[in-house]
Design a binder for this molecule. Structure first.
Ligand code: DP6
Length: 322
């Protein structure tokens, strides 16, 4: 009989920021998105998951916050592999959790990778890993790959065509990221609940999804042609359209704080002064500014002038190591 290994397994995954956003589901139980999304995987903001057999006879968790998302990922991995050994699990984020910096994306991706190594003994496919990870957080599937990543919504009821793939490697169009941290405390309402409120009450929820294929096409073409202004136009307008859906929900979902508005203005001023850059904002007040690597320091210097920020996180472009 083949006895499975019981060494401690570690896996890491970076966060990712969507350039064309996911903000709605076609199936809540399977966590299938209503439309496709496109993101850039980061490098320096990441999570680590470790998995080993538990000697206490039951699962032991060391995780910041609510373990229910991770429990869904674990249950799916157990059902698939048939391996139900009790586990000792730790998941750690090396940046602020729950503040719209996509910590659930990196943590669920790292956890799915660790489970694939431990329970799946390294033979689990990317599609299968993505299926486990998706149940913890939809956007996490994009963190399983580096570079510009496309998460296709698909049409099949069972989600079999809801897949993730690399659209372009990071070195095709290198971009750095600077995060203006306006608030690093957990957000007032989580993405899943906020999406549902938008679906139920926001008058422009459908219009946001109707523009998805147009935005995706424009974003992919801008990346292909290394056209920063083109990518800036689509990423900023897609992001603001998503927040507009939230602002029109009842009651409104408003993640923006004064520092958010100041960081948006700063990005626009920088661009007008000749520094190519653009912003994106997820379900939180913090503003992510993308720029070519050679302009990274100018963006950081400009962000340092904003008194509203509690921190500035840097995710400089790093060429992939082969
Ligand atoms: C605003 O992946 O956190 O960051 O699937 O319900 O867990 P659930 O949501 P989550 O949503 C992320 C939404 C977003 C946009 C994006 O990353 O595409």
């Amino acid at each position: 009989m083949h006895v499975k290994e019981n060494s401690l397994i570690k896996a890491t995954a970076p966060s990712n920021i969507a350039l064309v956003k996911y903000w709605g589901k076609r199936n809540r139980a399977l966590n299938l998105p209503l439309t496709s999304s496109l993101s850039l995987t980061l490098r320096s903001l990441w999570s680590e998951a470790t998995v080993e057999e538990s000697s206490s006879g039951q699962d032991e968790w060391e995780i910041t916050g609510d373990p229910s998302k991770a429990q869904r990922v674990l249950e799916e991995a157990r059902t698939f592999t048939g391996d139900r050994r009790p586990l000792r699990i730790s998941i750690e984020n090396f940046f602020p959790s729950g503040a719209g910096l996509a910590s659930s994306a990196s943590s669920m991706a790292a956890f799915a990778k660790a489970l694939a190594k431990f329970l799946g003994e390294g033979t689990t496919s990317l599609d299968e890993m993505a299926r486990w990870s998706r149940l913890g957080s939809g956007s996490s599937v994009r963190s399983l790959l580096p570079g510009y990543v496309l998460w296709e919504a698909g049409r099949e009821a069972d989600g079999s065509d809801c897949i993730v793939s690399q659209a372009f490697p990071p070195e095709h169009f290198p971009l750095s990221l600077v995060v203006c941290v306006v608030n690093d405390k957990p957000k007032p309402i989580g993405s899943t609940a906020a999406m549902e409120r938008c679906r139920d009450t926001s008058p422009n929820y459908q219009a946001f999804h109707d523009r998805n294929s147009f935005d995706l096409e424009r974003a992919l073409s801008a990346i292909k042609n290394r056209n920063l202004q083109g990518l800036a136009d689509v990423a900023e307008s897609n992001c603001l359209a998503m927040h507009d859906v939230m602002h029109q929900a009842n009651p409104p979902v408003n993640y923006f704080l004064e520092g958010t508005h100041k960081s948006i203005s700063l990005t626009r001023e920088l661009r007008a002064s000749g520094v190519p850059c653009f912003f994106s904002i997820d379900a939180g007040p913090n503003v992510k500014i993308f720029c070519p690597p050679e302009h990274h320091q100018s963006v950081v210097d400009a962000c340092n002038t904003l008194t509203e920020l509690v921190d500035i996180l840097e995710d400089p472009y790093k060429p992939p190591t082969s």
